[in-house]
Each structure stands twice: as C-alpha cells, then as structure tokens.
Design a protein around this ligand. Sequence first.
Ligand SMILES: Nc1nc2c(ncn2[C@@H]2O[C@H](COP(=O)(O)OP(=O)(O)OP(=O)(O)O)[C@@H](O)[C@H]2O)c(=O)[nH]1
Ligand SMILES: [Mg+2]
Ligand SMILES: [Zn+2]
Length: 360
Amino acid sequence: MPRNPEAYEGWDEVFEDDYFDAPAKSKPKPKKKRERTVAGIVTRARGHHFDVTTADERVISCRVRGRLLQERTKDLTLVAVGDRVQVVLEGRRRGLIDSVEERESSLSRQLPGTTRPAEDVIVANPDQVLIVFSVREPEPHLRMLDRFLAIAEANELPAAIAVNKIDLTGLEAARSKFRVYEELGYPLLYVSATQRTEAVLHHHPAEMVQSSGLGQLRDLLLDKLTVVTGPSGVGKSALINAIDPNLNLRVGDLRKFEGKGRHTTRGAQLFRLPIGDKTFIADTPGIRELAPYEIDQGSLAFYFVEMKPYVNDCHFPNCTHDHEPHCAVRQAVRDGDISAERHESYVRFLNGESFQLEEW
Ligand SMILES: Nc1nc2c(ncn2[C@@H]2O[C@H](COP(=O)(O)OP(=O)(O)OP(=O)(O)O)[C@@H](O)[C@H]2O)c(=O)[nH]1
Ligand SMILES: [Mg+2]
Ligand SMILES: [Zn+2]
C-alpha cells in the first residue's frame, strides 16, 4: 500500500521522440506544433490553479486541460495536492495539466456543504497522516480527534498524533489528556513548535527525555510523504517551520486567535524537507467539518481500532453496537475495556451526526 516515493525522482522532461533528433541539414518542414510535456507533482492548489513542481524543482503554474475537465467523473476530486501529473507546457513557467496518474492512496473526506456523496481529496498519495491537536489554545476536542483517526483508518493510512503547545501545560498534563490514544497504540508525540527544547527543559526539568519531541517528529517524517492535518490554530504550520525554518510558513497571530482558530493556511501545500532524500510534508488548512466519504455504516466499527476485536462476538451479525442486546462492543464499554467517550464518538458518527467545530 505505501506509495513509492522514488516516483518523485528522475522525472525527466519527456519530449516527443524526434524533437531534437532531426538530421541537422533537413529543411524544417511545416510541421504541426509539437507539445512539450513534463512530469511533475502538484504542490499547491488554489481554486482552479495548481502549482506543479518538476524533478528539477521548477514550479509551473497550471490550469486543467478542458478535455480532462469534460471527462471527469462528477463528485470526484480531479486534481489534488500530491497528484502526479503530466503537464503540457505553455512557455517555461505555465502549463496545462493533461493527465493525472491513478492515486495510490489519499486522505479524503466527504465534501463539506453537500449531502450527496462527493469526495474531497485533502492530499493525494500520502504515506501517513500526522494529526495535530494543541493541548490548549484551542482546547482539544477529542470527539473531533476520533473523527480524524477514523477517517485515517478508513483511508488505510497509518496515523500519528502530535500534541502541540505543551509549553502551555507541561508534559504530564498533556499526557493525561491524551493517554487513551497512547493506549490504543497510536504514536503520540508531545511537542512545542514555538519553544526551543532548551526552554522546555528549563521549565520542566523532569521532562528531559520526552521533550525531544521534535527529534521524534523528524524520525517519523523521514523518507515519507506525510499529510499534516487537524483543526485550525493548533500549530500545524508552526510545527513544519520548527522542522525546517527555511520554509517560513505563515503562522497565525496569537493575538487574533484569542483561543480560537482563524484559518491562517489557505489551501494545501506540499514541501520537500531537507531530511533524508525523499521526505515530503503537506501542510493543510485547519479542518472544522469532517465526515467520511463512502464509509458504510456496517464497517464503521472497523475504523475504531479497539472495537475491531469485539465486532464478531455480537449476538446479531448486523449489530450496529448502538442499542442492540448482547452487543460485545457495548459489553466491553461496560467492562471498561473500551472508553465510553470513544464509543460515544462512534455512535455520533454512526448516526451521521454532522459535526462541526462551530466555535472555531
Ligand atoms: N504557546 C505555543 N504557541 C504555539 C505553538 N505552536 C504554535 N503556536 C501558536 O499558535 C498559533 C497558530 O499557529 P499556526 O501554525 O498558524 O496554526 P495552524 O494549525 O497552522 O492553523 P491554520 O493554518 O489556521 O490551520 C500561532 O500564533 C502560533 O504562534 C506552541 O508550541 N506553543
Ligand atoms: Mg497553518
Ligand atoms: Zn455490537
């Protein structure tokens, strides 16, 4: 399942075969205009405009070719950040996206604002998802975190959780809030994007070992394409800056946040990080509405990792683990083996409850 990151490399410009090979002396024939095509990866999406970056790091500003627009399947995302594409050049810096390679993976959700099934690809071809929440400012909404996790599972993507802004609470308070996720087996990274490690050490000397969260984060990212997602204002862009200060991504002004996210990042963007030789990271705008795309109710329990082992022990084969008698999942909740809050997230999700971080 993991995509082959090698595919980023060695994408030379593809010219029509005889473009340069014509014998030097032959008269230039009146020829039909040949198209220069180049391969690349979509690194930025802004409405109908896309930046495509080639193997030699050239950025080409692209629109999508009309033919491709006509052929598209309605309600599927035609082009997303992370897609590998062929571009017909119109000059050196402009082009038309001519074809899109089939995606090997994607982080997708149901397109917000519509009830008919429609796919919104947040990032194409990721290897893993890094879900960022802050321990404070804004307060973590764990029922929302459960949605992020279920959607990563549904997309068959490994997920890790970064708990940011631990400078505001100290490590122990942060860990106690997120302990249940450690117990579920998700990698948890406790980090502070804005505070240098030394400062964290200074304020919380007992936390020396764990405060190297940024080092752990670097290890997690190495040689993979990671999509960074989470609510607005939690410090996604700040964390990416902490790994590579040269990127200098726009970070929200704390005074304007007043404890609330304000959507500083607009549109997803893909970067290569200067660690390893194929480390890519996609920064995305904060998400406030998250519903699954194409998850049927029957399989939802499989995306709550701790429920999986119980689902076949329920009395009714089509048990929804909501109200049915002799439900092994609900029994596990009563026994304290599954957290009641996680089960509540599941039930809300199951009932198609629209979920918005309205206050954000
Ligand atoms: N105290 C503290 N503040 C932080 C930390 N990381 C980020 N911030 C602040 O949190 C605010 C939001 O940071 P961003 O990086 O813009 O958040 P974001 O998740 O990218 O937000 P969107 O782009 O809107 O989705 C900024 O004011 C940052 O300075 C941290 O580790 N500690
Ligand atoms: Mg941002
Ligand atoms: Zn059940």
